[in-house]
Design a protein around this ligand. Structure first.
Ligand code: UVW
Length: 329
């Protein structure tokens, strides 16, 4: 990782009409992006958060939701066995449920370019055959999720419970999490202030906007029609100040409990934040994290920071992965 002060958002060069291009921050061959911020020192310091031995799972069951969004396939899980031995197989789209979007997932659409100036044409798509680990062609697995899987996404987690922030004093949530409501930066900053949270370089930012809470409260009919509708989710607003906030705090990753992190759909003419966060910053985007247990424990304990660990599946050249994520207090 480059030593010294990281450039601010406004010091980063533009890529075409997109500000905030971090392609040269960690070198032209880099494939880790902001996961580079999870240095040994950052991870070691984050372990100081573990004081109680309390652990909380942040993954929805792999088979949820039964009808994934954006037209993705339903997970298929099959077990079989003999009198005393069982096996099972699973087939999942790696983005059907709780997931990290990897660097191959989203680039700058109009320029067909992914993180670190990687052209769409140079990304391998198709069935990978990797017979011999010692002779893998690096071009076949460029920007794959294995880079994060082999490094780990571990450090200090910082949880902002926007649902609790908005509903303090018994007020109802001022938006429907299943509607395209934009969450502005000022609400995120107010929530951090209310919770007494200050950010550190390399933090993993986790936002609860209420999507899974809404899901758990919905009727079976509502849930089953949800994936048949056009995708509409409350999420972070697509603004330049939001990009500046995410970069200038030097988060290593950002995640939420909804399917796209950002408000969906994006208004006409406004680029998706995915393009900047993945394509220019190289920052992992976490989606559909189960934050219900975390919310309860943070409210009870008054603690909103913890050690966070995530070990994505070590799939060479993979696009995305369930995160296998946990919080440790
Ligand atoms: C979008 O790309 C909008 O969502 P996801 O990251 O789940 O694919």
């Amino acid at each position: 990782m480059a030593k010294g002060r990281l450039p601010s958002f406004d010091e980063l060069p533009k890529f075409q009409n997109f500000p905030g291009c971090a392609w040269n921050v960690w070198g032209k061959d880099d494939q880790l992006g902001t996961v580079n911020l999870l240095t040994d020192e950052v991870v070691k310091k984050a372990t100081e958060e573990i004081k109680l031995g309390k652990t909380i799972c942040l993954n929805w069951p792999v088979n949820f939701p039964e009808k994934p969004f954006f037209g993705r396939q339903t997970p298929k899980i099959r077990s079989w066995g003999t009198d005393c031995v069982s096996d099972d197989s699973i087939f999942i789209n790696t983005q059907s449920g709780t997931q990290w979007d990897g660097l191959k997932h989203f680039g700058i659409e109009e320029h067909k370019i992914f993180y670190n100036n990687t052209s769409t044409e140079s990304l391998y798509r198709g069935q990978l055959s990797l017979p011999d680990p010692s002779t893998i062609d690096p071009n076949l697995i460029k920007l794959g999720i294995h880079n994060w899987a082999q490094h780990g996404i571990c450090g200090r987690g910082v949880f902002l419970d926007l649902v609790k922030h908005y509903t303090a004093d018994g007020k109802p949530l001022p938006y429907d999490p299943w509607a395209a409501h934009p969450i502005p930066l000022r609400d995120i900053e107010d929530c951090a202030k209310m919770q007494g949270v200050e950010f550190r370089q390399g933090d993993i930012l986790i936002l609860r906007v209420g999507f899974i809470q809404r899901y758990t409260m919905a009727t079976p009919e509502e849930r089953s029609t949800l994936s048949g509708k056009p995708e509409n989710f409350a999420g972070i607003e697509q603004t330049e100040e939001m990009k500046r906030f995410l970069w200038d705090n030097h988060f290593a990753a950002v995640a939420s409990d909804q399917p796209a992190l950002e408000r969906w759909p994006t208004p006409d003419g406004v680029p998706h934040l995915h393009q900047t966060i993945l394509g220019l910053f190289g920052m992992p985007i976490g989606e559909l994290f189960d934050l219900e247990g975390l919310s309860k424990f943070c409210a009870e304990s008054g603690r909103y920071t913890f050690f966070f660990s995530s070990w994505p599946l070590n799939v060479l050249g993979g696009v995305a992965s369930p995160p296998n994520a946990a919080a440790y207090f």
